[in-house]
Write a protein that binds this ligand. Structure first.
Ligand code: OAD
Length: 249
């Protein structure tokens, strides 16, 4: 069902008010209003010159570790400069009113946490962290040296961003926690995601299969739109504050 953005449907308002165990699945779209390019933007706009297969795959890293390291260093610096937007803050406010709310994000920018959300499951890692490429775990501090990829102090392998690249498995614990949160949810929101990339895209379908309503927020139609109970066309930074305003305390 398409809902009017300005006047929220009564059934939608009732759904939002009643829900205690909300799962908010977020994608690149929720950070778009903070100035972090979505993957679609990346292919068309400013970042069109970059090939994701060279920058966000283990093979690309093996071919040219320095190029990949420098690209992530640039993105890390960009993310450090941007701020959470009204959409991120609205989810943190929602959680303050409904402590059962869990954010499950495909984003690696850490903006949910910076907005004050504390129950955040990161499916695709976090760009602010790095880890040993040979498996020696996360590294808290590293030295940036121009023209060099920093190395693991235990085994001398390269360090890499702690994100999930194309062709890699998601962190098993994060995926299991996300599935558990969805299994226990009474409302699932799908916000700012193209609903194309698996396995994250299947999470709303777990909810639908269990009869749990799904509300989508996206300016564009996605493969999920027709199956969602409500598919709201608009920006997360505008719609989420409106939804939070109507749930009350
Ligand atoms: P995409 O870039 O594929 O999709 C972004 C979605 O956000 C699109 O559907 C847009 O219409 C929508 N959008 C844009 N602006 C918005 C706004 N202001 N408010 C709400 N929605 C908006 O990003 P994801 O679906 O997050 O994976 O991509 C999923 C995964 O694909 C990423 O995590 C990444 C990528 O490959 C990995 O890196 C493993």
């Amino acid at each position: 069902m398409m809902a009017e953005n300005r006047v929220l449907d009564d059934e939608l308002v009732a759904l939002l008010r009643q829900a205690q165990r909300v799962v908010a699945l977020t994608g690149a779209g929720i950070s778009a209003e903070s100035g972090v390019p979505t993957f679609r933007d990346a292919q068309q706009g400013l970042w069109a010159e970059y090939d994701p297969m060279e920058l966000a795959t283990p093979e690309g890293f093996a071919r040219n570790p320095l190029r990949v390291w420098e690209w992530y260093a640039m993105r890390r610096a960009q993310v450090a400069k941007v701020q959470p937007n009204a959409g991120h803050y609205a989810l943190a406010q929602w959680a303050a009113r409904r402590p059962g709310l869990t954010v499950v994000t495909q984003n690696v920018d850490g903006l949910h946490q910076r907005a004050g959300s504390d129950r955040v499951i990161e499916l695709h890692g976090n760009i602010t962290r790095v880890r040993c490429a040979a498996g020696h775990g996360p590294v808290a501090e590293w030295q940036e040296k121009a023209g060099e990829v920093p190395r693991c102090c235990q085994c001398d392998a390269y360090l890499r961003p702690d994100v999930v690249w194309f062709g890699e498995l998601l962190p098993a614990a994060a995926l299991a926690s996300a599935e558990q949160a969805v299994a226990a949810a009474d409302l699932v929101l799908s916000i700012g995601t193209s609903s194309l990339v698996q396995p994250a895209a299947s999470l709303p379908y777990l909810a639908l299969g269990a009869g749990v309503p799904v509300v989508e927020i996206n300016p564009e139609q996605t493969p999920l739109s027709a199956d969602a109970r409500f598919s709201l066309r608009g920006k997360a930074g505008e719609l989420l504050p409106a939804l939070v305003a109507c749930i009350g305390d």
